[in-house]
Design a protein around this ligand. Sequence first.
Ligand code: ADP
Ligand code: MG
Length: 272
Amino acid sequence: MSDVSAASPATSVAATSAAVPPMVLAEQVSKSFGSNEVLKSISLSVAKGEVMCLVGPSGSGKSTFLRCINHLEVVNGGRLFVDGELVGYTQKGDTLYELQPKQAAAQRREIGMVFQKFNLFPHMTALENVIEAPIHVKKQPKALAIARGKELLDRVGLTDRMGHYPAHLSGGQQQRVAIARALAMDPKLMLFDEPTSALDPELVGEVLDVMKGLAQSGMTMIVVTHEMGFAREVADSLVFMDGGVVVETGVPREIIANPQHARTKAFLSKVL
Ligand code: ADP
Ligand code: MG
């Protein structure tokens, strides 16, 4: 992970784009809701295969940042790239044009997102939830989608729950279905927004274990979480946000052991 906010924008952009493009690159990204500036010149990059944990107090802009990456919000300033492509816009000369809905949808299909609330379709079984988008959005043949869906449910430890409806699954099982459902679209990037915050404490571990396996398989992930054990053990980088700015970034173990900023210290003292 490289925090480009400290360097001058001109150097950092040149340095980053010369090599393989990072999976995510934010250059001075800002986002406001009315007069409320929620993201204030966020600059960061996430390399391919990197797992970044994004932490910070409630209201600091973490969800908004993920939502901008995933086309659920549009940035007001700066530029955001996923795998070298500008998110939501195409650039001609110095002018940015908004992408057509179809082009934006194509970009978005390559990004998986898992929310605090699992958002499964209640009237569909676990397997039906997982194969829905591959069949209807990706136009995969049903037999292929089923075979792949079973494989994914197997991978998240739900071999014997494929025919169950969400109401008959625990929160941890539902969240694992949600992860399998996101993976079924073969994303190149996975975003997790507090995936374990709605779970009973005894169910948190099974979801984190699945995420750890995914990280070890090489998936690029941005994880908003308060689980500092996960950050320390699994993440390559940690970004601490507060009040819409990146306050501190670095190696999780180092930041957790030795935070440099008073705000990081105050936050960590509450979650550790
Ligand atoms: P976090 O995920 O770090 O808790 P959020 O990104 O959810 O923070 O929110 C940051 C700020 O943006 C909050 O002040 C919140 O009220 C505001 N906000 C988020 N989404 C919207 C929205 N759709 N409309 C207006 N304000 C919003
Ligand atoms: Mg949030």
